[in-house]
Design a protein around this ligand. Structure first.
Ligand SMILES: [Zn+2]
Length: 185
């Protein structure tokens, strides 16, 4: 709850003073533009990119995941851990491209959906349709919306309602759970 208040303060601060490094492209102004971003996400994927489809679901044992993932990615994706804020290089990623699940390569977000939230975690105001499933968690006493990859079930982050208009969504994602595929190498 302390963190939540702090984050609210941050968003108010950014409204009043503007944030340096705000998303490179202008944030969409209308729901129609959001729809277009969701519909046309493949335009940001290089032609021969090796990505996964949402179905069939991918199921692996904990032992298999441990072998495939780095310890940090395992902790987030399979144990619902949270990385240290500011620790991911993807915070500063501004190139055009697509963010896929580090566990299964399912496309989750595009660069056009990313914005600078000032929280220290890669943040997005919308997601690729069908990329995630949701559940509630109570780790901070108040329920939060936890979201996880629709294909491998890997935990990615939490969805908050203090993002930029028109969606007001803030998909607060652990960078270590993502892999970035730039549109052009
Ligand atoms: Zn996945």
């Amino acid at each position: 709850m302390v963190r939540r208040t702090f984050l609210k303060g941050l968003s108010l601060g950014s409204l009043l003073f503007g944030l340096p490094g705000q998303a490179s492209s202008a944030a969409p102004a209308s729901s129609k533009e959001i729809e277009d971003l969701q519909k046309n996400w493949k335009l940001l994927l290089p032609e021969k990119a090796d990505v996964a489809a949402p179905t069939p679901a991918l199921q692996r044992s904990k032992a298999e995941w441990r072998k495939l993932l780095s310890p940090a990615a395992y902790d987030v994706l399979r144990e619902e851990g949270t990385e240290r804020p500011g620790s991911s290089a993807l915070n500063a990623e501004k190139r055009a491209g697509v963010f896929v699940c580090a566990g299964c390569s399912l496309p989750l977000f595009t660069s056009a959906m990313k914005y600078e939230s000032g929280t220290g975690w890669p943040s997005f105001f919308t997601a690729i349709p069908g990329a995630f499933a949701m559940s509630k968690d109570f780790k901070l006493l108040l329920p939060r919306t936890e979201y996880h990859c629709a294909k491998c079930g890997g935990h990615h982050g939490h969805l908050f309602d203090d993002g930029p208009p028109p969606t007001r969504q803030r998909w607060c994602n652990n960078g270590v759970a993502l892999r970035f595929i730039p549109k052009t190498a």
